[in-house]
Design a protein around this ligand. Sequence first.
Ligand code: ATP
Ligand code: MG
Length: 410
Amino acid sequence: MARKVCLVHYHEIGLKGKNRSTFENRLVTNLRRSLGDYPVEGVRRISGHVLVTFEGEATVEEAHAISRVPGVARVSLAYLCGLDEGEYCAAAVQALREAGDFVSFKVHARRSSTTYGLHTLDINRLVGAALCEEFPDRRVEMHKPDVTVMVVVVNGSVYVYAASEPGVGGLPVGTAGKVVTLLSSGFDSPVATWMVGRRGATCVPVHFSGRPMTPDTSEYLTQDIVRALAPSGVVGRLYVVPFGARQREISLAVPQSLRIISYRRVMFSVAERIAQLEGAKAIVTGESLGQVASQTLDNIAAVNEVVSLPVLRPLIGSDKQEIMRRAEQIGTYDISCETAPDCCTLFMPRRPETHARLDQVHEAWESFDHDAMIEELVNGIEYVDYDQCPSYRPPRMLRRRHHVLGPRSQ
Ligand code: ATP
Ligand code: MG
């Protein structure tokens, strides 16, 4: 019997014209790295698809792992056959048998080269006849059948499948440049990070912790989030900035209502410095319009003005419910349910400003030595590397590893 392989379909990459092979090669590299824990035999391009073969038969679990990699529109568990008609007809029978409950079906053949003698109409007829014989009480239906048995002829091989799992879509990570993402352990920013990663960006998250004024729980939760995102290969390195002591200084210097805006201005400035070190071209946040006090248009503007890089906010128009649903899909929901004090819960004002006036924000900003503080925070940053992101290239500087975090011992 023919053996099972995974046939990976992409959509947007197919529209890329001259750059197409760059995108395809990136997808192949990313799939190889993401499937590191599985017994992969080979990952290679075959005419409009990527073929993943395993040492044994491909399984549903492996297909699922493939479906999570950005750039994958669909993945099919297919039977890999030779050009022998008997072999691929038998595979079609088997594929249809495994397709679950169905009443109607059709066969859809495609050829990527014309060297094979049979025309697609002949293949449809041939395979259709074999299936009708095996499933006499089922109906052939050309429009909207319950199941379509695909028979794809590529370079001397025939791939037969009847079911596909949808993938996350998007573009392969590493095709859109690098971004720095502001990552807390809340629901929003992990989703925002994943979303820009799905559009092809290599993500370098930065987490501001309340250390030494709070325990380092938020740092561990953030690491768990990055590990949950790891199978998608979007994160190369996590930076951690202990911010607690500096926040205390800010809270003593500025009016209570402007504390959050002042913290955020420092966070954005540090993120921009990290972006410069990394060669990242944008900053990403999980802000959603009006969700909390700091996310009004006035306050967004008051924070945004300290940086010159573009700030991307992929969730700006999303509702919390939608964000939580996405968090469940990408595996960060349960981690974000755990609460931990981080820099944002530290020294929270009772009544934060919702519509900051810029003159007051500027006055508060000048009331402490923000340049020295930003410099000091940049010098104190720590980081952890993740090797599931093949497109990540670390900057030469910053060889110091995270000295507090490490593999969690439990
Ligand atoms: P999230 O669910 O992402 O924590 P939130 O709803 O709690 O967001 P805010 O606390 O106002 O909203 O944070 C807005 C954005 O600022 C976050 O989405 C994130 O991008 C960034 N941010 C907040 N806290 C931190 C932190 N401790 N470290 C890094 N970035 C942060
Ligand atoms: Mg938060």
